[in-house]
Design a protein around this ligand. Structure first.
Ligand SMILES: [Zn+2]
Length: 122
């Protein structure tokens, strides 16, 4: 596994499809700190769509495998630390950071889309 975050996951595609259907123009994997999954460079809004497992979401989808427990805990802790660093750096550079969790997009897409719409029109 060369990269932790895989590109073009299903939740990413769901969000992108919705944005495109509403006529929003965005960039994917924009070359700025953390390579946001979706970016609005003019508005300086970065959207990250996080897998609940890889990014250690405090929800029922975050289940540490029974084998190699320490390995996974360490790995996910490192990911979370990196996420924080990335957000901080982006904010420092004037970006707004929006995080979307995989399980939210699967379960409450309407809520996510409403939130996104609000943030994009600010
Ligand atoms: Zn979750």
């Amino acid at each position: 596994m060369s990269r932790i975050r895989s590109a073009n996951t299903q939740p990413e595609l769901t969000v992108r499809k919705w944005l495109a259907s509403k006529g929003y123009r965005f960039k994917i994997h924009y070359p700025v700190t953390g390579k946001p999954d979706i970016a609005f460079p003019k508005k300086k809004i970065a959207v990250f769509i996080h897998g609940c497992f890889w990014h250690g979401h405090n929800c029922k989808y975050f289940i540490i495998p029974k084998t190699n427990r320490n390995f996974w805990l360490k790995k996910i802790f490192a990911n979370k630390k990196r996420d924080l660093k990335v957000s901080r750096q982006l904010r420092k550079n004037g970006w707004k950071v929006i995080k979307i969790w995989e399980h939210e997009i699967e379960q409450k897409p309407d809520k996510i889309f409403t939130n996104l719409k609000t943030k994009l029109s600010e």
